[in-house]
Design a protein around this ligand. Structure first.
Ligand SMILES: Nc1nc2c(c(=O)[nH]1)N[C@H]1C(S)=C(S)[C@@H](COP(=O)(O)O)O[C@H]1N2
Ligand SMILES: [Mo]
Length: 426
C-alpha cells in the first residue's frame, strides 16, 4: 500500500525526525513559521544553515477583542474566556452521552465566520494530487458521497491547563481552562479518504493541510500567523478522519464549523479544523505554526526544540459539580461525572471522598469506547461538615491510570493528573 507512514503514537518521534531531515534537504515547506521556531526545531536535526529563505512574519493590528461567538452563552452553562467559551461541567449533568450544541464548548482563535453554504466549496489542491491541478466539492457534492457517522469528543489540548498552576504550582501560558474544554457529539459526514481518492491523491503525497475560512490569527505580539491550519500525516487523513457536515443529527452550528469541519477522532482539538475551505495535499512535508510553535511539549523536561507534534489527547475525569459545591451532610448524594481516554476505552473509575486516602470503584453508566466519554455515578453519604476534597481517577484499556501529577510543559497541554475537586459539606 502507498500510505506507509503510520499515525501510531509510537512513531511520532520518528515521523518528526524524518520531517526535519526532509526540511533540511529542501524537501519540506514551512510557510508562515517563524524563523526562530524552525531554528529551534532544526537544532535537533544538527544543522541550521538552510533557513534563510523564510520570510519575516508580517506585523499587524491588534487581535480582535470581541468574543465573536454566535450562539447564546448563558452563564449557568458557559464561562467566557476571551474568544472562547468553556462548558461548565455541572451543566453537563442535564445532558446525556451526547453534548447538545447548546452546551458544547467553543474554541475560536478569532471569531465565528458566517459562511453562505451556496457559495461555499472545498478546494483540494497541491502537488500531492495526480497530474497536479485541483478539485472543488460543493456541499451538495459532499452530501451525495457515501456518509459515515461517528461519536467522538473534540477536546482542546489545553483542557485542564489551569490545574498546572492551581494544583502543581507550575504556571502555563494559554487559556486557563478548567475541565470543560471538551464536548462529545455524533458527527456525520464523508470520509476524508473518500474525497482525497476522488481528488486523485498520488503515491507521492505525504501530508495534507486543511485551512479554516475564519480570519487570520494574529498573536498578542502582533504577528500574523495566517489562517488556522495544521498539517496531518496522510496516514491519519486516510484512516478515520471525517469531513463533518452534521453534529447530533442537525447541520453543524455556525460556531462549530458550518458548513463543514474536520473531525479527527481522538486527536488534539486543533486537528479538527472548522470552516474548512481548502486542503492542500503535498508531496513535501508541511509545517505551520500549529505543529511547530504550538502543540508540542516545551519546558524543563523536554528537548529545546520541543516534543514531536501532539497527536492523541489523553485520559481525564471530571465531576458534574461546580467548584466549592455545597452538599448537605447526613444525606446520600449520587455523585456523577465522566471519564474519557483518547487511546483506549475506560475500564474503571475510582473515587475518593477523603482527599485520596481511600478509593472505591464508581458504577459505569455507558459501554466504554475509545475517543468518547463514559458517564459514572457513585453514592456518597458525607457526615462531617467542612471543606472536603473529592477525586476521580480513571484507568483505560491501555493500562494507563491518571497520575497524581502531570509532567509540566510550558504551554500546559495534555494535563492528565487526578483533579482534586473541593466541595463543602454543610
Ligand atoms: N478554523 C478553525 N478551526 C479550529 C479552531 C479555530 O480557531 N479555527 N480552533 C481549534 C481548536 S484549538 C479546538 S480545541 C477545536 C474546538 O472546536 P469547537 O469550537 O467546535 O469546540 O477547533 C479547532 N479548529
Ligand atoms: Mo484547542
Amino acid at each position: 500500500m502507498i500510505f506507509k507512514e503510520t499515525s501510531d503514537g509510537a512513531s511520532e518521534e520518528e515521523y518528526d525526525r524524518r520531517r526535519r531531515a526532509q526540511w533540511l534537504a529542501g524537501e519540506a515547506r514551512a510557510d508562515g513559521v517563524a524563523r526562530r521556531d524552525m531554528l529551534r526545531l532544526l537544532a535537533a536535526a544538527g544543522a541550521a544553515g538552510a533557513v534563510s529563505s523564510l520570510g519575516a512574519p508580517r506585523a499587524n493590528a491588534a487581535a480582535p477583542a470581541a468574543a465573536g461567538i454566535v450562539k447564546p452563552l448563558p452563564a449557568d452553562r458557559f464561562t467566557i474566556r476571551g474568544t472562547n467559551a468553556e462548558t461548565k461541567f455541572e451543566a453537563l449533568a442535564q445532558t446525556a452521552h451526547l453534548t447538545p450544541a447548546s452546551h458544547f464548548f467553543v474554541r475560536n482563535h478569532t471569531a465565528t465566520p458566517r459562511l453562505d453554504p451556496k457559495r461555499w466549496s472545498l478546494k483540494i489542491w497541491g502537488d500531492g494530487l495526480r497530474g497536479g491541478g485541483s478539485r472543488q466539492f460543493t456541499l451538495t457534492d459532499l452530501k451525495r458521497l457515501p456518509s459515515t457517522t461517528r461519536t467522538a469528543f473534540v477536546e482542546c489540548a489545553g483542557n485542564g491547563r489551569s490545574f498546572f498552576t492551581t494544583q502543581q504550582g507550575q504556571p502555563a501560558s494559554g487559556t486557563a481552562w478548567t475541565l470543560g474544554a471538551i464536548g462529545n457529539a455524533r458527527w456525520r459526514g464523508v470520509r476524508l479518504s473518500e474525497v482525497l481518492r476522488r481528488a486523485g491523491v498520488s503515491r507521492h503525497a505525504v501530508d495534507v493541510m486543511p485551512s479554516g475560512l475564519d480570519a487570520d490569527y494574529i498573536t498578542d505580539d502582533g504577528t500574523n500567523l495566517g489562517r488556522v491550519r495544521r498539517p496531518l500525516p496522510l496516514a491519519k487523513a486516510m484512516d478515520d478522519v471525517i469531513l463533518a457536515y452534521e453534529m447530533n443529527g442537525a447541520p453543524l452550528p455556525a460556531d462549530h464549523g458550518y458548513p463543514v469541519r474536520l473531525l479527527v477522532p481522538a486527536w488534539v482539538g486543533i486537528a479538527s479544523i472548522k470552516w474548512v475551505g481548502d486542503i492542500e495535499v503535498s508531496s513535501q512535508p508541511l509545517f505551520s505554526p500549529w505543529n511547530t510553535q504550538f502543540y508540542r511539549l516545551f519546558g524543563e523536561s523536554y528537548p529545546e526544540e520541543g516534543s514531536a507534534p501532539l497527536t492523541h489527547q489523553t485520559l481525564k475525569s471530571a465531576f458534574e459539580l461546580p467548584w466549592n459545591a455545597s452538599l448537605a451532610a447526613s444525606t446520600t448524594h449520587h455523585l456523577t461525572g465522566r471519564s474519557w481516554s483518547a487511546k483506549g476505552a475506560i475500564t474503571r473509575v475510582d473515587i475518593s471522598t477523603d482527599a485520596g486516602t481511600t478509593w472505591h470503584p464508581a458504577r459505569l453508566k455507558d459501554t466504554p469506547h475509545r475517543a468518547t466519554w463514559t458517564r459514572w455515578t457513585t453514592p456518597w453519604h458525607p457526615r462531617t461538615p467542612g471543606p472536603t476534597t473529592i477525586l476521580a481517577r480513571a484507568t483505560d484499556t491501555t493500562g494507563h491510570t491518571q497520575p497524581e501529577a502531570t509532567v509540566h510543559n510550558s504551554q500546559g497541554y495534555l494535563f492528565d493528573a487526578v483533579v482534586r475537586h473541593v466541595v463543602r459539606v454543610v
